[in-house]
Structure formats: structure tokens, C-alpha cells
Design a protein around this ligand. Structure first.
Ligand code: RP5
Length: 170
């Protein structure tokens, strides 16, 4: 089974990645989670990145805040696709992490998600895996259909409320 590595710069980043972890679990994707810092425990980060492929990991999601070098350092140590998630919090509300992750030097790419985009990182990882996994591709389509259905239902509920003169709830 396809496997995704989820690396957090700190255990404090877990609330951002937990929704993504749940997505991966719901899709039946095996996930290995590691909290390791590019600055505080660089040896653990390098060792994870260098051994990921032989452990069967096909995509790595790396979430970090502040001076977020984690995704870039991992990308430097492996040719697996790396998806970076800038984490908010701290004085600069995630802008620091976003710029740190997105502005990689040419030659070492990191696919950068939105600030706190843990859920989309998981969906992006699933779509990479789905390129050669038909079951995941079908599950992804089903997910999209269910999501669209939910929007249609909310639209109906909103229009009904407006029609009956009630302000829509936010
Ligand atoms: C970053 O610093 C981590 O990714 C985290 O977002 C932030 C704060 O880390 P802690 O001080 O909570 O461990 O490296």
C-alpha cells in the first residue's frame, strides 16, 4: 500500500496536520508521522529523508512554522515529492513560514500549500499516489462528488432561509 511520510517541525504543529492525517487515514493511505526539526534535530530529519524511499514512502508532507526550513531540507535529501505546509502562529502569523517554504532555490522544488493547509496537503499527496493507483483515483473522485453535493445542499438551505426572511447563519 502507498505510504506517505508526515514530518512536523514540532509536536505543536500537529493541530494543523491532524485534519490531513485523518484524510489520509480515510483514504486508506498508510502514514508515518515524525516530529523532527531542521534546526533542533537535523540528523533525525536527514536520516528520515534519506531512508524514506526504501521504507516505501512515495510522498513526504512537511509542516513547519516560523523560519520553516524543514520541507526544503527534506527536499534536499531525497528525490521524493515534498509537499510543504507553512504553519501559522508566532509574530508573523505564518507569513514567515510561507516565504521560507515557497521561495526554494531553483533545482530543489517543494510544492507549497496555503498557510495551515494541512488538509489540502493530504489531498495533494493522495492525487500524486492516485496517478498509479486506480482505487485511490476512484476514491478521490467520490470525495469530490460528495463535496459538491454538500455545497448544493448548503445552497438549497441558504436559499430557503432567505426566502423565509431569515438571515443566513454564518
Ligand atoms: C518551528 O517552530 C516549528 O515547526 C513550529 O511551528 C515552531 C514552534 O516550535 P515549538 O517551539 O512549539 O517547538 O520550527
Amino acid at each position: 500500500m502507498a505510504k506517505v511520510g508526515v514530518v512536523l517541525g514540532s509536536d505543536s504543529d500537529w493541530p494543523v496536520m491532524e485534519p490531513g492525517y485523518k484524510i489520509l487515514r480515510d483514504f486508506g493511505v498508510e502514514t508515518e508521522v515524525l516530529a523532527a526539526s531542521a534546526h533542533r534535530t537535523p540528523d533525525a530529519v536527514r536520516s528520515f529523508a534519506e531512508s524514506a524511499k526504501e521504507k516505501g514512502i512515495e510522498v513526504i508532507i512537511a509542516a513547519a512554522g516560523a523560519a520553516a526550513h524543514l520541507p526544503g531540507v527534506i527536499a534536499a535529501c531525497t528525490v521524493l515529492p515534498v509537499v510543504g505546509v507553512p504553519v501559522s502562529g508566532g509574530a508573523l502569523s505564518g507569513m514567515d513560514a510561507l516565504f521560507s517554504i515557497v521561495q526554494m532555490p531553483s533545482g530543489i522544488p517543494v510544492g507549497t500549500m496555503a498557510i495551515d493547509g494541512g488538509k489540502n496537503a493530504a489531498l495533494y499527496a493522495v492525487s500524486i499516489l492516485a496517478l498509479k493507483n486506480e482505487q485511490l483515483a476512484r476514491s478521490l473522485l467520490a470525495f469530490r462528488e460528495a463535496q459538491a453535493e454538500a455545497v448544493y445542499r448548503k445552497n438549497e438551505a441558504l436559499r430557503a432561509k432567505i426566502e423565509y426572511g431569515e438571515a443566513p447563519e454564518r
